[in-house]
Unconditional design. Structure first.
Ligand SMILES: Nc1ncnc2c1ncn2[C@@H]1O[C@H](COP(=O)(O)OP(=O)(O)OP(=O)(O)O)[C@@H](O)[C@H]1O
Ligand SMILES: [Mg+2]
Length: 599
């Protein structure tokens, strides 16, 4: 009974899998961080499995097919918080089942498979070399176990002095040389034994063998030997390292010993393509691979679109939101200071309303039941209530049972009323007066006809507070975000919406030029730093330093950004950075462009 329970518990523990995020590995000077995180991952896990699976993805755009490779990474067990781990289903359950076993290959429900294991390693391997096998091996698995260092130290020392085969470890090969290994152990670096598996798959048997040969040759070029043991293919397919029948080991794969630092060479977490599951097609990367993005796969749902004027921010936002709406039928709400989304709101399933100074807007915060502390903050800021009087305003707002904002202002004492009085007269009065807009249906608010910046700020604040507190699964965008950076309150409303977004399924898109101004306030900086995703378009030379620091861009990337054409830039999501060219369809180009075709 007890053993059944412990079996169950063990199974439960074994079930814990995490998907982790790959990084872009092109620049050598960027590699140290990810490599040392990888070492941490190896060291922190007693009994590790890292599983890499690549998928061919075909994207259709304007009647043409584009092919790319999507690689995903999974680890088993209790792992440290590196590479943005997200708990997930056991990926082993999703592998094709074996239907027939042959001595040197398998027939699965999806085609043919052949498993290879690594048995010979050179003394040196370039970090990241595994990336060159992604197109050939459908799956790669690294299985490792930590070795108690004292145990290994003793046997290593004996073998080092004898300068012969490694004493009790004669069935193992060693990646680093023995002295190096001993030094590492003395420095406190963990030592592991590991196994490396490659699974080649193809729907055609002959191609399967060709791919396998190619994989062997590719690895041979690095000095690494792999083989595909006969008769044990199905056990190897399960990534088993020994096959035990009636207490007898029928076969054991040769293990390899390495210190955690040398394990860096096996760094597989490389992602140079960008294909999110269930995502929307955005455009092409510098390598010509289609880029598919799903905001809900990121660790938060805040997206920034940054670039100088004319760099393609609004156009990209329109293309993206249109495709997002088509894919997920998700309601799209927005603050549109230039009123350029209003006319095309139908593409996002929204209704556009052009607000203007002469028309009652009905944005009475009391009538709309907005959060009272936010109301007090916004009124304080918009009407320049002096700091010493702000607590009083707050108290009054909290205890007010006025039927509307006018009633409230009239009920305030003289000192406070002095500041809030503009609310009672136009144009401000019109912002509050009238019937509130029906926010049950998705709306895009065009502000172009509201000339006063103060009013724009007031209106945007009220709309944003309302959207932030009412919205569930929706997209909320704010274009021309720089208009609001001088109003810290409204920036913190945005920040608040963005922060809670993940919980409510709210995808917040903040679009702005003048990034250095945004970064100059603490609210703006928080927004910039928190975003899981940023589309970076052409930047002004003068202000590019901020972007470089926040998004850790290289000189080459900066050069690229400074010279980029409209719609070209860098997509940064988590650890991944890819260059991107947003691809508009002919229709989108014609409908969404703000540049007049004939001047
Ligand atoms: N992906 C693209 N492909 C081709 N042309 C584009 C693309 N994106 C934008 N453009 C062109 O650049 C013009 C300006 O783009 P857009 O209005 O998006 O700039 P913006 O960054 O929003 O500028 P602003 O800050 O002034 O609002 C578009 O009207 C269009 O003609
Ligand atoms: Mg724009």
């Amino acid at each position: 009974m007890r053993s059944r329970l412990s079996n169950l518990l063990r199974e439960e523990r074994e079930e814990k899998w995490y998907e982790i995020q790959g990084v872009s590995f092109i620049r050598e000077e960027d590699r140290d961080g990810p490599l040392s995180d990888f070492q941490t991952l190896i060291s922190a896990t007693q009994d590790g499995t890292l599983y890499v699976v690549s998928e061919d993805v075909i994207v259709d755009f304007e009647g043409k097919n584009y092919r790319t490779l999507d690689t995903r990474f999974y680890v088993k067990g209790d792992i440290p918080g590196v590479f943005y781990p997200q708990q997930c289903e056991n990926p082993m359950k999703l592998r094709p089942k074996i239907v027939n076993e042959q001595p040197d290959y398998l027939i699965t429900e999806n085609g043919y498979a052949k498993v290879y294991v690594a048995y010979g390693f050179p003394a040196y391997l370039p970090e990241g070399f595994l990336y060159s096998t992604f197109g050939l091996a459908k799956e790669i698995a690294i299985i490792w176990k930590k070795i108690p260092t004292q145990k290994i130290l003793t046997s290593l020392e004996t073998s080092a002095t004898r300068k012969s085969r490694i004493g009790g470890l004669s069935d193992a090969s060693v990646v680093s040389n023995i002295e190096e290994l001993i030094n590492s152990i003395r420095e406190g670096i963990d030592v592991v034994c590991f196994y490396l598996f490659f699974v080649v798959m193809d729907s055609n048997r002959q191609k399967l063998f060709e791919k396998g040969k190619e994989l062997q040759n590719t690895l041979k070029a690095y000095g690494m030997e792999i083989e595909s043991p006969r008769f044990y293919q199905s056990s190897l397919y399960e990534f088993k390292t020994t096959l035990r029948v009636f207490g007898v080991d029928l076969f054991t794969i040769k293990k390899t010993i390495a210190d955690a630092r040398s394990m860096r060479a096996l760094f597989p977490l490389i992602k140079e393509t960008f294909v999110d599951e269930e995502g929307v097609f955005l455009g092409f990367s510098g390598t010509g691979d289609p880029i598919v993005f799903n905001p809900y796969k990121r660790h938060n749902y805040l997206l920034l679109i940054l670039g100088e004027t004319g760099s393609g921010k609004s156009m990209s936002a329109k293309i993206y939101m249109r495709r997002l709406h088509e894919k997920f039928s998700i309601p799209v709400y927005g603050v549109d200071p230039e009123s350029e989304y209003v006319a095309i709101s139908g593409y996002f399933g929204s209704t556009g309303i052009n607000l203007s100074e002469g028309k009652p807007l009905g944005l009475d915060p009391l009538k709309m039941g907005m959060d009272r502390s936010m109301i007090s903050d916004i009124l304080s800021e918009v009407y320049s209530v002096p700091p010493q009087m702000r607590p009083r305003l707050r108290k009054e707002i909290f205890s007010a049972n006025s039927k509307d904002i006018f009633d409230f202002v009239n009920s305030c004492d003289r000192d406070l009323k002095k500041y809030l009085e503009p609310i009672l007269t136009p144009p401000d009065r019109l912002v509050f007066e009238g019937n509130p807009p029906d926010m049950q249906r998705p709306l895009i608010f065009g502000l172009r006809n509201i000339r006063s910046t103060n009013l724009k700020i007031l209106v945007t604040s009220l709309i944003s507070i309302y959207l932030g507190q009412e919205m569930g699964h929706a997209v909320v965008f704010v274009d021309e975000g720089w208009l609001f950076i001088k109003t810290p309150r409204i920036m913190s409303v945005f920040e608040n919406i963005a922060r809670r977004g993940r919980k409510y399924g709210l995808h917040f898109i903040f679009i702005t030029q003048r990034v250095e101004d945004v970064a100059s306030t603490s609210e703006g900086r928080t927004l910039l730093e928190q975003a899981a995703t940023a589309f970076l378009f052409r930047q002004e030379k003068e202000g590019v330093g901020r972007i470089r620091d926040i998004y850790k861009l290289s000189e080459g990337e900066i050069q690229y950004l400074v010279q980029a054409s409209p719609g070209e830039g860098i997509l940064k999501a988590g650890n991944t950075k890819v260059t991107i060219r947003i691809a508009a369809t002919h229709e989108e180009m014609a409908r969404f462009s703000t540049t007049p075709a004939v001047l």
